[in-house]
Write a protein that binds this ligand. Structure first.
Ligand SMILES: [Zn+2]
Length: 176
């Protein structure tokens, strides 16, 4: 059920997004070179009746809060991009398919890429990785907000400087 994907990575991802009712991605800091190629499929995923966003793409910004230009472009086109620090694993749950990679999945060198198509596993992975809202911080399936001062995306911080759990929704630049 798990396969090592060595060829046609972008085409395979596009096919899986096309078939998916929900898309959750976690992209650590690094290149997002292949994100634009997925935009037609990502923007075509319809939201369900629950009011939640069907797509959540978590992107790790650099320490001053800047997101890669590909992420900003995707957000501009209506993809629910969310800034999160840290993003520890590179993975995606596209409908019934779980993807993981040793390096950033949408970058130039994704490393070892594994794809598993199995509904129960995908459901479990989605639940395990799902970010719950709390302390005024939106979670998976919710839109982010912009800083009222500098218009940068607020970052969902999940750890303090010592690595302890600490949930905040702040501007990396203004600290507001
Ligand atoms: Zn700001």
């Amino acid at each position: 059920m798990t396969e090592l994907v060595e060829d046609d990575l972008v085409a395979r991802l596009r096919d899986d997004v096309k078939r998916a009712a929900t898309v959750d991605m976690w992209l650590p800091r690094g290149s997002l070179r292949n994100l634009p190629a997925l935009l037609p499929e990502l923007t075509a995923v319809r939201n369900g009746d629950s009011g939640a966003e069907s797509v959540t793409v978590w992107v790790e910004p650099d320490p001053d809060g800047h997101l890669p230009v590909e992420a900003l472009q995707a957000r501009w086109e209506g993809v629910n991009i969310r800034a999160c620090l840290p993003v520890l694993e590179s993975c995606a749950v596209l409908g019934d398919v779980v993807w993981s990679s040793s390096e950033p999945l949408l970058g130039t060198e994704p490393g070892v890429v594994l794809r598993t198509e199995y509904r129960a596993f995908a459901d479990a992975a989605r639940r395990a990785q799902r970010r719950r809202p709390g302390a005024g911080v939106p979670g998976s399936g919710q839109l982010g907000e912009d800083c009222g001062h500098c218009r940068r995306m607020l970052v969902r911080y999940e750890q303090d400087r010592r690595g302890r759990t600490d949930l905040r929704h702040e501007c990396a630049s203004c600290g507001a």
